[in-house]
Design a protein around this ligand. Structure first.
Ligand code: MG
Length: 315
């Protein structure tokens, strides 16, 4: 494994050994002359990448530094997009292209309007404060689904240490009506989440106990039949995304070299490939005009790699 790969200033001989094919089903995704790139480094803990094709940039969180960063696809430069960010974590875009964000410090879900104004979509449920929303996706019906494991209130490092007022959950929020429902309450630390391309399945990573990726059948505005999709020990999954073929691409971290980076699972749950990184990975998203570039937030850095697949149509 390319665990001692020198990332800075060294030319990589193709094919890139950091992209590991474990199963023939992964082989078509590896482009022979594509390289895993480190686009930027200098954060404390990156999270929540979201691509803006209209602006040709990527936003991502640097949670402990209380800022949202902006990587510009046209110049390659990275700058501060918003600070303070209320220790924002996961981001996505709604169907109007607006940024929708999870915030740890302020324990809320917000939407950034086209004029820059920030609308609070939700900060409490049943009269109690949310814990610390973590990651977020938008369904084709416009509803917003997010996880609330509460990491942002467990330490002052990524938010503000506070008591839990609510169980750890996955919620569904209808931004039109404001109606919010509990979708899942059976997971210890629900973290990353995404739908399958046809939205018949909802995947949720659990970074608590056990550390795995669960899958649920979507039943209207609810889910049912939760079962384990992939075990992640000795490490863990955080952010997850599907490609157009229904493969699940998961960040992987906390188990060291040979494990940390990205794990790709076939729809049947088989681990079919890895992208090795020298840091624990937290989250990922597909982007670029062709949606064939995987952006990965990894601890202190931002990475990207072109693949011969594409993200599904959600950011
Ligand atoms: Mg997360």
């Amino acid at each position: 494994m390319p665990t001692d790969r020198p990332w800075d200033g060294t030319i990589v001989r193709y094919p890139d050994p950091a992209i590991e094919v474990l199963d023939d089903r992964f082989a078509p995704f590896k482009i022979p002359n594509s390289v895993v790139e480190r686009l930027w480094t200098g954060a404390r803990w990156t999270e929540g990448p979201v691509y803006f094709g209209d602006g040709r940039f990527l936003l991502f969180s640097d949670i402990p530094n209380n800022r949202i960063m902006k990587w510009d696809e046209t110049t390659g430069e990275t700058s501060v997009f918003r600070q303070p960010s209320h220790n924002s974590n996961g981001h996505t875009r709604d169907h109007q292209g607006r940024l929708v964000s999870c915030e740890h410090f302020s324990r809320r879900v917000t939407r950034t309007e086209h004029d820059g104004a920030i609308t609070v979509l939700l900060d409490q449920f049943d009269g109690k404060r949310l814990n610390a929303p973590n990651d977020i996706v938008v369904h084709s019906d416009g509803s917003i689904w997010f996880t609330d494991p509460g990491y942002g209130i467990m330490l002052n490092y990524e938010g503000l240490k506070s008591e839990f007022e609510l169980p750890t959950r996955v919620y569904r929020l209808d931004p039109a009506s404001g109606e919010t429902t509990v979708v899942i309450e059976e997971l210890d630390k629900p973290n990353g989440l995404c739908f399958s391309p046809d939205e018949t399945l909802l995947y949720v990573s659990d970074t608590g106990d056990p550390r795995n990726i669960m899958v649920f059948d979507v039943d209207g505005t609810a889910v049912k039949n939760g079962r384990e999709f992939a075990a992640m020990l000795p490490g863990g999954s955080d952010g997850i995304r599907c490609d157009i073929h229904g493969n699940l691409w998961s960040s992987a971290g906390w188990a060291g070299a040979g494990y940390d980076g990205v794990h790709c699972f076939a729809p049947d749950g088989d681990l079919i490939g890895k992208i090795h990184l020298p840091e624990a990975a937290s989250n990922l998203c597909f982007g670029g005009p062709m949606k064939n570039r995987l952006f990965i937030t990894g601890s202190q850095s931002l990475y990207a790699v072109y693949l011969e697949t594409q993200g599904d149509q959600r950011p």
